[in-house]
Design a protein around this ligand. Structure first.
Ligand code: A2P
Length: 339
């Protein structure tokens, strides 16, 4: 700890989310006295940009956290499983972007616009939710407050950046190969993504859903504190570099008009409502932004008290880095971080 700020580590600082974490920490003027960028041996000797200067990347090891006040992790589940408890044992708060701890009852799973109170549960490790789940619950919470959620069906259109730098590189390379009449290769995605869509994100589970779909279903219930909420998700990778979109169909306990829904969303934190159907948001509108964009809101005539709408957000920012930094801000505001 320092007298004029906090020592902040980013685990996975060279990755797609790590890069956004640096940007968001600087933009939101989080009080960082020293940034500790951590990555694998592959990045030894490299530098990353921090507030206009080069900052040397350090290789992650068990001694990385001794002087660190808070660490933002985004280097994959197995790295989090091993190193987050080590960091916590050193007295370092951890905001973990992997799925390793999200569903553990003793670990808060937090979207600041939805359940900031979950941070009252004392824990050195706080889980950052799945990218699609974050934008889904930011959209659902204001409607739930008006009419009581009864059932949710979501279908996602998720960009290649959700699979990190490797995902974006693979989409670029496949696109170039196809346009040059070469056979594209796929390593990161299970099929060719360029000029196609893949209804598989993460591995398949015994019930036929993918793990990404399970994350959306289980995490939504935990964050919204609705353990019995019926949720069904279909997660699809689309050939977009950045920005996740989704179609949400929600049924409510009580009647809710389009106007009531729109005014609730307009007044909700972190939401930009597109009232005009033709002014629908697309991924490009959300890129680089921290808000969740909502459009195409209409009554679903096929069920009572049902609405259907379109939600878009920057998956690397609100879906990952911004949400993690917002959690760090809440910890600071609650007096858990001195600096
Ligand atoms: P590195 O660049 O050294 O491989 P992305 O999600 O964009 O693929 O980024 C993953 C991030 O996680 C990168 O910063 C990567 O570092 C980091 N990472 C991956 N494996 C390890 C590891 N074994 N130890 C530390 N960092 C890791």
């Amino acid at each position: 700890m320092s007298t004029n700020g906090l020592v902040v580590a980013i685990v996975g600082a060279t990755g797609a989310v790590g890069e956004e974490m640096r940007a968001v920490l600087a933009e939101r003027r989080f009080p960082v006295s020293r940034l500790v960028p951590l990555a694998s041996e592959r990045s030894a000797g490299q530098t990353v940009e921090w507030r206009g200067e080069d900052c040397l990347v350090q290789v992650l090891n068990e001694d990385s956290f001794h002087e660190v006040d808070i660490a933002l992790f985004s280097a994959g589940g197995s790295i989090s499983e091993k190193f987050a408890p080590i960091a916590a044992d050193c007295g370092c708060y951890v905001v973990d972007n992997s799925s390793a701890f999200r569903m553990m009852p003793e670990i808060p799973l937090v979207v600041p616009e939805v359940n900031p109170g979950a941070l009252e549960q004392e824990s050195m490790i706080i889980a950052n939710p799945n990218c699609s789940t974050i934008q889904e619950v930011v959209a659902l919470q204001p409607l739930h407050a008006v009419a009581g959620l009864k059932r949710v069906v979501a279908s996602t259109y998720q960009s290649a950046s959700g699979a990190g730098r490797n995902g974006m590189d693979e989409l670029r390379d496949q696109t170039i190969d196809l346009l040059n009449f070469r056979e594209p290769k796929n390593n990161t995605f299970s099929r060719r993504l360029a000029f196609d869509t893949i209804p598989q994100i993460d591995v398949f589970q015994d019930d036929g859903f993918t793990k990404e779909e399970h994350k959306m279903m289980f995490e939504t219930r935990k964050i919204m504190e609705l353990p019995d909420l019926p949720v069904c998700a279909t997660c699809v990778r689309v050939p977009v570099f950045l920005g996740h979109a989704m179609s949400i169909n929600a049924e409510f306990e009580r009647p809710i008009s389009v106007e009531d829904a729109m005014s609730a969303l307009e007044n909700a934190p972190g939401v930009i409502l597109h009232r005009d159907p033709a002014d629908f948001p697309v991924a490009a509108d959300a890129q680089g932004a921290d808000d969740v964009h909502i459009g195409r809101l209409r009554v679903d005539p096929s069920a009572p008290n049902a609405l259907t709408f379109w939600v878009v957000a920057d998956n690397l920012r609100k879906g990952a880095a911004t949400n993690a930094v917002q959690i760090a801000e809440l910890l600071k505001a609650a007096g858990h971080l001195d600096g």
